[in-house]
Structures are given as structure tokens and as C-alpha cells.
Write a protein that binds this ligand. Structure first.
Ligand code: IMP
Ligand code: MG
Length: 183
């Protein structure tokens, strides 16, 4: 048993629930993009676990690419400053792009990414997020695929971090408040 588990106040979504939901999302995406070109754009680093599992549930041919965006640093609040740290390797002009994200909180990150990617003229641009915190939204974002809607709690695990730690937990958990209040 990992000692990371002892920093978790509560398990919000179990490993089994995540895997079952991803199977459904994969089926839906495979159907929606049947006989069409598709590129999954993974937003690093938080969405890597989701991408790795989701792509194995997508039964149609597709490619993957990665983008890295600056986010929170060690704080649990959005700075509002978004910056590209790593851009896509490929040209998405004329392609069906599906952004794969870990969580939508204020919506600032995805607002920036979608506006940026639109300028490259993809054939279509949609969003697939594992988690959605609608109560925190500051910018309206239309999300096409959502794994789970969650309450306004800071979550970790399954790719999501606090100060770069806890990404390896196989479930979505709530971090004990004393863990981030100290920093
Ligand atoms: P937004 O720009 O406020 O929508 O924030 C999106 C990004 O903030 C996500 O891609 C995550 O990296 C990070 N984030 C937001 N909420 C959480 C959380 O509860 N736990 C961990 N990271 C989060
Ligand atoms: Mg992220």
C-alpha cells in the first residue's frame, strides 16, 4: 500500500468506476467518428493517464499528439495565466481534433486552447474531459464528452496532481486539507 493513500481524505471515484466510464466514452467516440479521420490532443501532464486508457477503448484508427500548458504551479487556485510550454508536433488543419483533458475547472485553460487551435483551421474541434467542475466555471465552454461531474473539491490521482505528486494514484481522491494548507 502506497503511503500516498494516507494523504487522501476520501475516494470520490474508484478505479473500477473510471474504467467503466472510459469504456463507454471510447465506444461513443468510436461511433461518432466512424470512418472519419481523428487526432486526440492530450493536454499534458494531467491527461496522460486518461489518454492512455481512452485510446485503448477507441476502436477506430486515430493518431495522438500532445500539448503542454502552464497551469497552477503549487497552488490549488488558477492563476489565470495560460502559456504554451509545448506545442503540437503535427499540423491539424482539416483534421477532426478531439482535445483530451483531465478536468475543467474555471474553463480558462480550455478557452485558451480551443481558441488557439481554432486558428489552425481543424475540420472539427471537440472536447473530452474526464472530470468537470461546473460550479467553478468562469468562462463558458461547450464540452462534448464528460466522464464525471464532480463537486467543488480539489481532487488528485489518475493523472491529477498537487504540486506534481499523486498523479500515480489509480483513483480520483480528495486531498486532505492539511496537505495543501501548509504550503
Ligand atoms: P481551469 O483553467 O481552471 O479550467 O483549470 C484546468 C486545469 O487546472 C486542469 O487541467 C488541471 O491541471 C488543473 N486543476 C483544476 N482543478 C484541479 C483539481 O481539483 N485537482 C488538480 N488539478 C486541477
Ligand atoms: Mg491539466
Amino acid at each position: 500500500m502506497s503511503n500516498l493513500d494516507s494523504d487522501v481524505a476520501e475516494i470520490l471515484i474508484t478505479e473500477k468506476q473510471i474504467q467503466e466510464r472510459i469504456r463507454e466514452l471510447g465506444r461513443q467516440i468510436s461511433k461518432d467518428y466512424e470512418r472519419q479521420d481523428l487526432v486526440l490532443v492530450c493536454v499534458l501532464k494531467g491527461a496522460i493517464t486518461f489518454l492512455a486508457d481512452l485510446m485503448r477503448e477507441i476502436t477506430i484508427a486515430h493518431s495522438i499528439d500532445f500539448m503542454a500548458i502552464s497551469s497552477y504551479g503549487a497552488s490549488t487556485e488558477s492563476s489565470g495565466i495560460v502559456r504554451i510550454l509545448k506545442d503540437l508536433d503535427t499540423n491539424i488543419e482539416g483534421r477532426n481534433v478531439l482535445i483530451v483533458e483531465d478536468i475543467i475547472d474555471t474553463g480558462r485553460t480550455l478557452n485558451y486552447i480551443t481558441r488557439n487551435l481554432q486558428t489552425r483551421h481543424p475540420k472539427s474541434l471537440r472536447i473530452c474531459t474526464l472530470l468537470n467542475k461546473p460550479s467553478r466555471r468562469q468562462i463558458d465552454i461547450s464540452v462534448d464528452y464528460v466522464g464525471f461531474e464532480i463537486p467543488n473539491k480539489f481532487v488528485i490521482g489518475y493523472g491529477l496532481d498537487f504540486a506534481e505528486i499523486y498523479r500515480s494514484l489509480p483513483y480520483i481522491g480528495v486531498l486532505k486539507p492539511e496537505k495543501y494548507e501548509k504550503t
